[in-house]
Design a protein around this ligand. Structure first.
Ligand code: ZN
Length: 400
């Protein structure tokens, strides 16, 4: 078995669900923190657990370059390597190649690109992106796709969509032939058991080896900013058949109203009984809106990256903690937040840490922002359970 998805309740288009993975249950709609290099920057795994984070995202492109797929595979896969017994999703690397490489060359076979670390030349194809993600061993992995730039002509949008469809077929074929090779899968379970149990016991109380369990391969719907291409991409991707569908190619510089329009016009063509993953969004207000549109999974670097720049989301709007006005402010960052940072520290102290460039500033700011995002999604799930329309968080209001 691989992942299973159950819709438990709906309210309008919003769905309350459970994504059951080989490494635990994920309640949806879910916001997935980004741990690019197998680390949510600045936050130890035990605090991620304390925040009740059930799934994190890691980036195949970055891990492929450093420390390398083979290294992670030999160490038992990402879960064991990073001592994280809960669920993980990896992207295919396609988007990072797209966004970090001006010199990439795309052809039918795959993408040639240069490392952003040392300029060395690399090649990723649907097959090698699957091999990499099988080696990393995340619970949910993504088909290799190509993302059209914004703005793009319609012909370019179609070409990119067609290529993504062919790559989705190749991704699925390779995955089906090689899915037993996952580090924690059937073949490796005898070897993995002892350490799995050790990690599970210390970190999460999980004991079961995972014989016979597989990763799940989700596909990505493309089609640029054209609703017709999006519909066609959705329908033809569904014909190939996957256990989950992502909406890719958004948040690439288009206005937010257009993002929303394309999400709406894509979601209506996706199956009701499969998880829907909107990649790379958004603000606290946006993730509530997208959950309302029927999105089940989201990820974004915003809460963690903003935190490292001193930008904090609170129930009363955004706060830039670097401002001098907080230098003697003894209030908690957000008096409505129960996170370990707001319970203990003052704005004045957080401002001092940030102004002094202390490492602890990044840690505490990130813990609060993640906590705020997790609370936001918890409130969304509660509203769906009650059948109420989901209220949006007020965090997008910027403080004057
Ligand atoms: Zn807090």
């Amino acid at each position: 078995m691989s992942t299973k998805f159950q819709v438990e309740n709906t309210s309008g288009n919003a769905r309350l669900g459970r994504l059951i993975t080989p490494h635990g249950v994920v309640e949806t709609p879910v916001f997935m923190p980004v741990g690019t290099l197998a680390s949510v920057k600045g936050v130890p795994q035990e605090i991620l657990e304390e925040l009740a984070i059930e799934i994190v995202l890691a980036n195949t492109y970055h891990l492929y370059l450093r420390p390398g797929i083979e290294t992670v595979r030999k160490l038992g896969g990402l879960h064991r390597f990073m001592a994280w017994p809960r669920a993980i999703l990896t992207d295919s690397g396609g988007f990072q190649v797209f966004s970090l490489n001006d010199l990439r060359k795309v052809n039918e076979e795959g993408v040639t690109f240069r490392s952003h670390l040392d300029g060395s030349s690399h090649f990723l194809s649907p097959e090698s992106a699957m091999a990499a993600q099988i080696g990393l061993g995340a619970d949910v992995i993504m088909a290799f796709d190509e993302c059209a730039e914004y703005p793009a002509e319609k012909a370019r949008g179609r070409q990119s969509m067609e290529l993504t469809l062919r790559w989705a077929e190749r991704s699925k074929r390779y995955f089906e032939q090689h899915k037993e090779e996952v580090p924690w899968g059937a073949q490796k379970s005898a070897l993995a058991t002892e350490t799995d149990v050790a990690v599970g016991k210390t970190a999460h109380g999980q004991k079961a080896p995972r014989q016979g369990k597989h990763q799940s391969l989700f596909a990505i719907v493309q089609g640029g900013m054209d609703p017709e291409l999006r519909r066609e991409s959705a329908q033809r991707t569904i014909e190939i058949g996957f256990p989950g569908y992502a909406i890719g190619g958004l948040s690439v510089g288009e206005p937010r109203s257009l993002t929303r329009e394309i999400v709406e016009s894509t979601v209506e063509h996706l199956p009701k009984d499969k998880p829907r993953y909107l990649m790379g969004v958004g603000t606290p207000e946006e993730i509530v809106q997208y959950a309302n549109l029927g999105i089940d999974m989201m990820d974004c670097v915003l809460p963690t990256r903003a935190a490292r720049h001193g930008l904090l989301f609170t129930s009363e709007g955004k706060i830039s903690i670097k401002q001098a006005r907080y230098a003697t402010d003894e209030q908690p960052l957000d008096s409505n937040c129960g996170c370990r940072v707001c319970r203990r520290y003052s704005r004045a102290y957080l401002r001092h840490l940030y102004a002094s460039n202390e490492v602890l500033a990044q840690v505490l700011n990130t813990v609060h922002n993640l906590s705020f995002y997790l609370d936001t999604m918890r409130a969304v799930r509660h509203s769906i359970r009650l059948g109420a329309r989901v209220q949006s968080a007020s965090a997008d209001r910027t403080e004057e």
